[in-house]
Design a protein around this ligand. Structure first.
Ligand code: BGC
Length: 335
């Protein structure tokens, strides 16, 4: 008996990760509670995806993010330009992802692998379908032994030609592919029309698969959150829109998010608000007020969330000066 115990102890010391493997189904509601508060990272850190030692995002940021009060990172993945003609993902790109997953897990963060090739998928979903599925055919087995704090988000913001109907058919197929290697992995899936709350009612999920968190994004009112954003054609020339936290402004946000809260209860699926925030061109006081109000309202409705985003734009961390953007950080964590 003593010998058996010694062997068991030695195995745990030698292979600590064995104890964390996903062996049993976890509750999606519990997973969503653990996700709690998070931030989107490294989607647009191009150098990092060729070689993680040369990126803007440094290894110690994982710990910094945790210590600042966040519990999850949503890693935005753009693998298409790193795949060869047979759709094999470049090993260097995968090395970066391994590095990010390892360091995030080591920092006690929940990690979401968010497939972010939504623009390519919206332009020509049929031509890109095999490439899209190939990504998951490679990522799912690669990360199948990761602990259950690694979650897979199948696709960010399906939109345009990737219609609500087509998304539902792709989803049904893709869930089966991922489940072959990851029967107990928590999946994150959002509705068509840019993960819009209004489209939740059109989302078709397998009723028997309870290990799914449903995600929505929220940038209303767009004239405030996307003022001056060059990619937002209706708002790129808009300036000076404030958000003052009036009863009317708050009621507008409450009403929109309440639709997701009601859907969540009716369908017994937890909600993850995977993106929200206000672009850097708005005034800071308004942005902080707005960010805080959306985060607190989401929490009141039991949603977990991830702020858009750490670096690049909408920033909450100023890499050039190695410091947090305090008003945004405080709005997210303290208020
Ligand atoms: C896109 C970003 C954009 C953000 C807000 C994200 O899903 O990937 O490019 O800045 O939404 O519009």
């Amino acid at each position: 008996m003593k010998r058996l115990l010694t062997i068991a102890f030695a195995l745990i010391v030698l292979f600590p990760n064995c104890t964390q493997k996903v062996t049993e189904p976890v509750s999606a509601h519990e997973q969503s509670r653990k996700l709690s508060r998070g931030v989107n990272i490294i989607g647009y850190d191009d150098a990092l995806w060729n070689d993680y030692t040369t990126g803007r995002f440094k290894e110690d940021y994982f710990k910094k993010i945790f210590e600042a009060g966040f519990s999850n990172v949503r890693i935005n993945l753009h693998p298409f330009s790193h795949m060869d003609s047979s759709y094999t993902i470049n090993p260097k790109w995968l090395e970066t992802l391994d590095w990010a997953v390892e360091n995030a897990v080591a920092a006690d963060l929940m990690v979401i692998l968010d497939m972010h090739e939504y623009n390519a998928m919206a332009d020509d979903p049929e031509a890109k379908k095999e490439m899209f599925f190939s990504v998951w055919r490679q990522l799912a087995p690669r990360y199948k032994d990761q602990p259950d704090n690694v979650l897979f988000e199948l696709l960010n913001e399906p939109n345009q030609k990737l219609s609500v109907e087509l998304w539902n058919t792709y989803l049904a197929e893709l869930i089966q592919i991922v489940r072959e290697t990851n029967p107990n992995r928590t999946l994150i899936i959002g509705p068509g029309n840019w993960n819009g709350i209004e489209s939740l009612s059109s989302l078709e999920l397998p009723a028997e698969d309870k290990n799914i968190i449903v995600t929505v994004h929220f940038y209303h009112p767009m004239a405030f959150t996307h003022q001056g954003a060059p990619w937002a054609k209706d708002y790129k020339d808009t300036t000076g829109v404030t958000w003052n936290g009036s009863d009317e402004e708050k009621a507008f946000i409450d009403a929109k998010l309440q639709v997701a809260a009601d859907w969540s209860v009716a369908n017994d699926r937890p909600i993850f608000l995977g993106e929200f925030g206000a672009y850097d061109k708005g005034d800071m006081e308004s942005r902080a007020l707005y960010t805080s109000y959306v985060a607190r309202t989401a929490e009141r409705m039991n949603f977990s969330w991830a702020y858009w985003q750490f670096d690049s734009d909408f920033i909450v961390y100023d890499i050039d000066n190695e410091k947090w953007v305090e008003p945004i950080l405080r709005a997210l964590i303290d208020n």
